[in-house]
Design a protein around this ligand. Structure first.
Ligand code: SDX
Length: 427
């Protein structure tokens, strides 16, 4: 591709530099466009807009490729751990053993939350959605750690990053315990990051809790699959909030709010609810017809993606993990058969083929989470737990980016032009 892009506008010709990354699409650098042409570009949903430069995650939507710092998601899911992927995203390289041990030790010793934070839960109804609680409680963290909110101090940024990664499992587990009326469980530092989360969620003070290694491995892999995903809506929300210099805990709370939407992280809960509503394979054609009907707002939840126009590589790993968990727990769920059949029928239907709609990360995740014992209302909270690693890594990258400025898009104004006020008696 040439190294400049030419634009003719208003009878004048303009040229803009074309920048190339290490892999993937080039970008046209239009930072001077408005100053030179007095016109904005128009891109609702940012379908053709690169908001930043990043070294964290690369996605090739046509090839179904997902790399974290260059490592394919399939290899990381197979051979790595969530703590190791967290270190990789934050620091850029896979850790040596002593580096990983030190990082894990640090995270482990930040897992407790301030004792007063428990009071925030008691303000919620017991049937509050866990994501409503996560928004509120994670936002409240911004009131507790004044020693790690100077975002221009790299030491404080690291402390805030570690606190967020370490405390999300504790807060998510507390949200679950609150919803079922059980006492909160304190972290147990002798357990792995994921094992500790499982014990805080499903353990009770009345008896010891044995972490099932198969479930621990499956959950750790699910966390890896959800860790980061380029400039998705919630990550862009965290970057935009962070671009004003806002408190890091508040920025992550903003990301949680965005992730909650059913078009984004809320799709895992919506997908399982949809599969349960379908109930049996013979009802699948009815739902596929609804998904294709322009007059019906229904969409197949867990299908389609802004970037993947091929199979989401995370969905591949997720489907394989369903089988492993079912075999290990000696359980089955007819909803898995419905999911497999739905995928098969949708992927042979012209509508889904033409629109390149494939299962995404959210299509199978709920089947596993349900088998492990999580209520569907907790699914997006688990997504938020894992995605905190990506949000924190992207927030750090944004703050240290020399090109970074406060995010402030413009608009195409289509409202009334200037007019004079009319007193109420003359209207
Ligand atoms: C996540 O960005 C990320 O990376 C997100 C994520 C991450 O890790 O952060 O990967 C996590 O959010 C995964 C996506 C989870 N959401 C869902 O599963 C909800 C169902 N899917 C969609 O609503 C939709 O596919 C989106 C939101 C995911 C993507 O929407 P786009 O890119 O804006 O595409 P679109 O809505 O313009 O759809 C293109 C066409 C439309 O038809 P036409 O207007 O061209 O006729 O495809 C149709 C849509 O109607 N379509 C679907 C569909 N998804 C898109 N039709 C039926 N069922 C669907 N699921």
């Amino acid at each position: 591709m040439s190294d400049t892009a030419k634009l003719s506008l208003g009878g004048k010709d303009f040229e803009y530099p074309v920048l190339s990354g290490s892999v993937g699409p080039d970008v046209v650098d239009i930072r001077k466009l408005y100053g030179q042409t007095d016109a904005f570009t128009y891109d609702p949903g940012f379908t053709s807009t690169a908001s930043c430069q990043s070294k964290l995650t690369y996605i090739d939507g046509d090839q179904g490729v997902l790399l974290h710092r260059g490592y394919p998601i399939g290899e990381l899911a197979e051979s790595s751990s969530f703590m190791e992927v967290a270190y990789l995203l934050l620091n850029g390289e896979l850790p040596a053993k002593d580096e990983l041990d030190k990082f894990t030790y640090t995270i482990t010793r930040h897992t407790m939350v301030h004792e007063q934070l428990a009071n925030f839960f008691r303000g919620f109804r017991r049937d509050a959605h866990p994501m409503a609680i996560m928004c509120g409680v994670v936002g409240a963290l911004s009131a507790f750690y004044h020693d790690s909110t100077d975002i221009h101090d790299p030491v404080q940024r690291v402390i805030a990053s570690h606190r967020l990664i370490a405390k999300m499992p504790t807060i998510a587990a507390m949200a679950y315990k609150y919803s079922v009326g059980q006492p909160f469980m304190y972290p147990d530092n002798s357990l792995s990051y994921t094992g500790n989360f499982l014990r805080m969620t499903f353990g009770v003070p009345a008896e010891p809790y044995e972490v099932n290694p198969v479930v621990e491995r499956a959950m750790d892999r699910i966390f890896i699959l959800h860790a980061d995903h380029e400039q998705n809506a919630s990550t862009s929300t965290v970057r935009l909030a962070g671009s004003s210099g806002a408190n890091p805990f508040a920025c992550i709370a903003a990301g949680i709010a965005c992730l909650w939407g059913p078009a984004h992280g809320g799709a895992n809960e919506a997908a399982l609810n949809m599969l349960r509503e379908i109930g049996t394979p013979d009802r699948i054609p009815e739902f596929i017809a609804r998904a294709k009907d322009k007059n019906d707002p229904f969409r197949l939840m867990g299908f389609g993606h802004r970037v993947y126009k091929n199979y989401d590589p995370r969905a591949t790993v997720m489907q394989k993990t369903v089988r492993e968990v079912f075999d290990a727990l000696k359980v089955s769920d007819p909803v898995f058969e419905v999911a497999l059949r739905l995928e098969e029928m949708a992927l042979s239907d012209d509508y889904f083929i033409e629109k390149k709609l494939f299962p995404n990360v959210d299509f199978y995740s709920g089947v596993i989470l349900s088998a492990v014992g999580f209520p569907t209302s907790m699914f997006t909270a688990l997504f938020a737990l894992a995605r905190t690693v990506g949000w924190v890594a992207q927030w750090n990258e944004m703050i240290t980016d020399p090109d970074q400025k406060i995010g402030r898009p413009r608009q195409l104004y289509t409202g009334p032009t200037q007019r004079s006020y009319v007193p109420v008696g003359e209207r």
